[in-house]
Design a protein around this ligand. Structure first.
Ligand code: SF4
Length: 79
């Protein structure tokens, strides 16, 4: 399986907590109530991509670190 990196753009995250609902094993909130990736291996790629798509701010980035490919967001929504 590919090595996957998940990150949150804190300049975009508004703390809606949707990612924490959809992938509670990956995300929780930091002291500012924004999303924090505490366990990047807490979900499979399908779940991660589905959760990233639900973020209203498009603040979640999913990358394949083996190839450098950005799996989400698509280029037109990239941060
Ligand atoms: S769903 Fe998006 S905006 Fe909401 S807390 Fe998660 S990263 Fe932030």
């Amino acid at each position: 399986m590919a090595n996957i990196k998940v990150s949150v753009n804190l300049n975009k995250c508004v703390g809606s907590q949707l990612c924490m609902m959809f992938s509670p094993s990956v995300f929780d909130k930091d002291e500012n109530r924004q999303a924090r990736v505490y366990n990047p291996e807490g979900a499979d790629l399908t779940e991660l991509l589905g959760t990233a798509e639900q973020c209203p701010q498009c603040a979640i980035k999913v990358e394949n670190t083996d190839t450098g490919e950005v799996l989400f967001p698509p280029p037109e929504l990239a941060f």
